[in-house]
Ligand binder design. Structure first.
Ligand code: PLP
Length: 395
């Protein structure tokens, strides 16, 4: 069997064996419902609290400020919709950016269309960074929420979160950040950054799918999102996903333990891949900020190439990558993120995201570069646009 080279860790990661091992007994032996009174089940309540504590420590929050959800999408929906509902008497204006994940963008659009809110979608600069002056200028007396992602899932750009938090704090506006791509990858401090709400998801940090969390700062009057029983301090009903919570806790424990070393290794490999592509493949443009970038993200646009064709040919060589975010691939529209950083449609179409993981090796990346060189040259040799371009160049 062909060896798989997995470079799509921003879409999802392999669940670590250590995480699976920690979860398994909670399916078979320790299956009790944490709400039951007998001690067999009450042990699970304690286990859940322990995971909450680990997660809180990772982001410098308090244990009772962590609420378990079914993933990043639910956390984003909860933070935005329930804040809107709770604070609509104060105002109906929300500020976000044009490069958010659809879990945020579509939630904001829903509030605009169905609930009469006004949303400002901030432009970003050519590296995908929100401009603080634009943010300040967008603030109005009726602004109740700023929701800006910690790091972008397509181009890896890390936002000036501390500065954004300070601006929100100075104006008495709540600040939510979608940290799905940053959580467990880079250090996060909700206190230092004045973050009031933060979304995270288990499957991006070698944890299980279908589990996530929302950090809600004490005092934020967000409404309950899922109604029913009194789980999660009456704010998110439903029997707890105990195996998932145990898995998330274990993934967080691992992420904390390995973060420094993993980040060093991944960013070295990332820079190696970037350098080789820039030196060896002509007309390739790196997307995203060169410095303020997630340690594992590489995103390039190759002129005269269709991203989808590139993906198919990489797949034939056993290489898994992505042409935009997983949620938008399959659609013919170019990525909203690449358009927002100013790429013309035809260049945005030829983009490739490769996101490294803890197991990625230099040998794999060497194979990827050699494959890319061959595939890009092949695809260009079939492109009339490329032919025209070369003819013009040689005149
Ligand atoms: N936000 C960002 C930035 C993401 O990258 C993703 C997943 O790709 C999500 C939200 C959604 O998370 P989940 O898949 O856990 O619902």
């Amino acid at each position: 069997m062909k060896k798989l080279i997995y470079l799509d860790n921003a879409a999802t990661t392999k669940t670590a064996q250590e995480v699976v091992d920690a979860m398994l007994p909670y399916f078979t032996e320790q299956f009790g419902n944490p709400s039951s009174v007998y001690s067999f089940a009450a042990q699970n309540k304690e286990a859940v609290t322990l995971q909450r504590e680990k997660i809180a420590n990772l982001i410098h929050a308090k244990t009772n400020e962590i609420y378990f959800t079914a993933g990043g999408t639910e956390s984003d929906n909860w933070a935005i919709k329930a804040t809107a509902e709770a604070y609509e008497n104060k105002g109906k204006h929300i500020i976000t950016s044009k490069i958010e994940h659809h879990a945020v963008l579509h939630t904001c659009e829903y509030l605009e269309k169905q609930r009469g809110f006004e949303v400002t979608y901030l432009d970003v600069d050519e590296n995908g960074t929100v401009k603080l002056e634009d943010l300040k200028a967008a603030i109005r007396p009726d602004t109740i929420l700023i929701t800006i992602m910690y790091a972008n899932n397509e181009i890896g750009t890390i936002q000036p979160i501390k500065e954004i938090g300070e601006i929100a704090h100075e104006h008495g506006i709540l600040f939510h950040t979608d940290a799905v791509q940053a959580f467990g990858q880079i250090p996060i401090d909700v206190e230092e950054c004045h973050i009031d709400m933060l979304s995270a998801s288990g499957h991006k940090l070698n944890g299980p799918k279908g589990i996530g969390m929302l950090y809600i700062r004490t005092g934020v009057k967000i409404r309950s999102f899922v109604h029913g029983g009194s789980q999660e301090r009456k704010r998110r009903a439903g029997t707890e996903n105990v195996p998932g919570i145990i898995g998330l806790g274990k993934a967080v424990e691992r992420a904390e333990r390995t973060m420094e070393e993993r980040s060093r290794k991944e960013s070295e490999l990332r820079d190696y891949l970037i350098e080789r592509i820039e030196q060896e493949i002509p007309y390739a443009k790196l997307n995203g900020d060169r410095q303020n970038r997630l340690p594992n993200n590489v995103n390039f646009s190759f002129r005269f190439i269709e991203g989808e064709s590139l993906l198919i040919m990489l797949d034939m060589k056993g290489i898994c990558a992505s042409s935009g975010s997983a949620c938008t691939s399959g659609s013919l529209d170019p990525s909203h993120v690449l358009l927002a950083i100013g790429l013309p449609h035809e260049i945005a179409h030829g983009s490739l995201r490769m996101t490294l993981g803890e197991d990625t090796t230099k040998e794999e990346l060497d194979f990827v570069v050699e494959s890319l060189k061959e595939i890009v040259a092949n695809l260009r040799s079939m492109s009339p646009l490329y032919e025209d371009f070369i003819k013009k160049q040689s005149k």
